[in-house]
Design a protein around this ligand. Structure first.
Ligand SMILES: *Cc1c(COP(=O)(O)O)cnc(C)c1O
Length: 393
């Protein structure tokens, strides 16, 4: 199958990993089965001893899930991939299977709320030292990584303020400190940013976001080198059980087929809306990675193919102003999900980041008037009309 090696990413998104059954189906089959049967007792024994490669139990592996893992692996250009039931299961498994009591983890401060809980609250309970740095400050990374460290965890662009972290710089420092770098690449999607090319060791996804991209299912994945994914991570996942359902894997396989088209169009719409919002009456600030007004526009252009599907913008009038805008929107839905075909907007200070103390939110730039907009596939003129009407008054 040498022909496979030369296929381009868009072809892999449609065909990568496809394993047809003896029925020669066009679309990937859904293997809704928890277990598998053996021709003989000897075959079962050999499978459990690891002498033969076969499906044993769907908590370990499943043919539909395996197709999804292989397709995503090809798109990412990673050695190995394992799927999980959600993005948080992917983050938790990646970190938890890597660290031991006494280890040290350095993380960027601007994290998704649940990631922040894992690093800040959970890991220290098990004797793991965790240190937070401002992700955009090279001096803080340098100081934190002057000591031996096991893992570095970061998100770029970050949620919700779309901070960009210099991946090559952090990976270089991390490797010198003996750390493996885990990048939450969810906001960029597998299409816009390839952390492995900048030196990252592990990439994690919430497949719930752009990979499904149609608001149907939760899912996640961890990608990286074979030794880690097929070693500590695989053992951790097998025995703790956050397995992806075969049905959800099938939905995600269908999602991958159209991901390029969707994300491209969503980036077009997002860039147009960022332009529309900037300087508009009632809008204090717009953050969009590829716009000149973004504090790290140059780095964003170096690291990301396009500006992405997310916009953060601050409206006048603090919380009351932000709520007024949200409540006046007629097309864009109020929802904390993102990467969806439907445009969704959320007020981070009272939803995704309400768990954080106010001073920590202020430090992260999550003001009371900040809104996070995930731009969908609607006609961009309708989205502009919707925002214009909501911002009026
Ligand atoms: C959504 C999200 C997660 C968690 O993914 P789930 O699929 O909801 O568990 C983690 N990190 C970031 C940046 C996210 O946006």
């Amino acid at each position: 199958m040498s022909r496979k090696k030369t296929r381009r990413p868009q072809t892999e998104m449609v065909r990568g990993g496809l394993e047809r059954s003896r029925f020669h189906e066009t679309s990937e089959a859904i293997f809704m089965t928890s277990g598998y049967v053996y021709e003989s007792a000897e075959e079962a024994e050999a499978a459990f001893k690891g002498e033969t490669e076969r499906f044993i139990y769907s908590r370990y592996a499943n043919p539909t899930v395996a197709m999804f893992e292989e397709r995503l692996r090809l798109i990412e250009g990673a050695e190995a991939c394992m799927a999980t039931a959600s993005g948080m299961a992917a983050v938790f498994a990646a970190l938890m299977s890597m660290v031991r009591a006494g280890d040290r983890v350095v993380a960027a401060r601007a994290l998704f709320g649940s990631c922040q809980y894992i690093v800040n609250d959970l890991l220290p309970r098990y004797g793991i030292e965790t240190v937070f740095v401002d992700g955009t400050d090279a001096a803080q990374w340098k100081a934190a990584l002057a000591k031996p460290t096991k893992a570095v965890f970061l998100e770029s662009p970050s949620n919700p303020t779309l901070e960009i972290i210099d991946l090559a710089m952090v990976c270089d420092l991390a490797h010198k400190a003996g750390a493996q770098v885990v990048v939450d690449n969810i906001f960029a999607s597998p299409l816009l940013q390839k952390p492995l090319e900048f030196g990252a060791d592990i990439v994690v996804y919430s497949a719930t976001k752009h990979i499904d991209g149609q608001g149907r299912t939760l899912g996640g994945a961890v990608l990286g080198r074979k030794d880690f994914i097929g070693g500590d991570l695989k053992t951790f996942l097998r025995h703790t059980g956050p397995s992806l359902s075969p049905f959800n894997a099938w939905v995600l396989l269908k999602g991958l087929e159209t991901m390029q088209l969707r994300v491209d169009k969503q980036c077009d719409n997002a860039a147009a809306i960022a332009e529309f919002l900037e300087g508009r009456k009632g809008v204090v600030k717009v953050l969009y990675p590829h716009r000149d007004s973004h504090p790290q526009a140059a780095l964003a252009r170096r690291q990301m193919k396009r500006g992405g599907t997310m916009i953060a913008f601050e409206v006048a009038g603090g919380k009351a102003g932000a709520f007024k805008v949200l409540n006046r929107l007629g097309i864009i839905d109020i929802s904390n999900n993102l990467g969806d075909a439907k445009s969704l907007v959320t007020h981070p200070a009272t939803t995704t980041h309400q768990r954080l103390p106010a001073e920590e939110r202020a430090r992260l730039g999550i003001g009371e008037g900040l809104l996070r907009l995930s731009v969908g596939l609607e006609d961009v003129e309708d989205l502009k009309d919707d925002l214009a009407a909501a911002l009026k008054a």
